[in-house]
Design a binder for this molecule. Sequence first.
Ligand code: IMP
Ligand code: MG
Length: 179
Amino acid sequence: MDVKIKKEDILPLFSKEEIDEKIKGIAEKLNKELKNEEVCMICVLKGAVLFAMDLSRYLTMPLKMEFIRLSSYGSATVSSGKVNAVDISLPDLNGKNVLIVEDIVDTGITAKFLLDFIDGNFKTKSTRFCSLLDKKCFRKTDIEPDYVGFEIDDKFIIGYGLDYDGYYRNLDYIGYVKA
Ligand code: IMP
Ligand code: MG
C-alpha cells in the first residue's frame, strides 16, 4: 500500500450538500455580474477540477473552459513556495472575461503567479479569481480571491479535488487530517 493516510483518518469538514450550496451561491453571483457576457473559465489542474466542473454546470452565460496545470506542493502537506507551470498553454485572452477557478488559496503564491502571468501576457476585459477554499493563515502575498466558498484555518484539507500525496481527490466531501 502506497497511501499513508487511511480514509478513516480523514475527518469530515464540509458535506457534499454544503459544498453544493456554496457553489450555487457563487454561480448566482457570477450569472448576475456576467449576464450576457462571454466567459473563459480557466480551471487550475489538478485540484480545482471537481469544483470547476460543478460550478460550470450552474453557469448560464456562454462559457469556454480552459485547463492549465500548475503545481506547488513539494512534499505531501508542505508548500514548496515555488510554482511549477507544468502546462500553461492558453488561447488569446485579449478582450475576454476571464474566470480563474482554483481549489484553495494558501500562501497565495500560485494565485499571484497565475494572475501575473495573465496580466503580463493579455489585456483581458475582466479577470476574476474564484477559489473554493481560502486558507488565510499562511498567506505570503496580498492576494484576495474575488469569490470564496469556505474560509478555513490551519488545516490540511483533503477531498473534492484536493489530494494527500495524489490520493483522495475523488471524495465528494471536504475533510482534513489531524495535525
Ligand atoms: P499556494 O500557492 O500556497 O496558495 O498553494 C496553492 C496550491 O497548494 C493549491 O492550489 C493546492 O493545490 C495546494 N494546497 C494548499 N493547501 C492545501 C491543502 O490544505 N490541501 C491540499 N492541497 C493544498
Ligand atoms: Mg490548486
